[in-house]
Design a protein around this ligand. Sequence first.
Ligand code: CA
Ligand code: CA
Length: 213
Amino acid sequence: MKTNLTKILFITLTFVLATQASAMPVYLDSDNISVSIGSGTSSGTFNNTFNDGLSIDKVIDAPSSDAQEFHNQTTHIWYTASSVGGGLELDFDFGQSYDISTLHFWNYTSERFDVDNIDFTFFDSDMNLQGELSISPMLGSSSGISAQDIDLDAPLNVQFVTAFLSGSNRQVDFQNIGFTAEVSEVPAPPAVWLFGSALLAFAGIKRKKANLS
Ligand SMILES: [Ca+2]
Ligand SMILES: [Ca+2]
């Protein structure tokens, strides 16, 4: 009985620790999220964006939040809206719910082409609105472009994000967008309850065995 109790305690503890370990901040990029061009995109020109078989995945191809990108045709997005006020909409799908703590944005390095405004909208897995944020991002650093980190008031349980990027001169040129986030915690039963359930199940097995013999 003592050995079995130890086993139950060990399994319960392992489960609790595993649940906690899953809630570590992770950087979301093309390895674990997807991005597509949203239907809210205005009429405009995609310039170099899709040349040479490249895709909109250039938005999420930086491997970490502190990675630098160098402006060239394989790393950046350049879109020009047909009229002032127009812009590019990007739709992100995280595949599961996350609590976002930091936004990362790699802007172009000069006012002539950089992104001047981004409207972010955050949704949960059922497309319920979780939060909104408008930012005027800084110019990108030169020559290697590093991300501007924007701490968020933790929009919780976010699976979908829409970003509408625009420039006061119709130009939208940038390198990358990224998110640091933790997998949203599914409300877990308390450890005491788990231990109690395990004991009850164990007692049930013992009783069944006793009845059979
Ligand atoms: Ca990029
Ligand atoms: Ca500008």
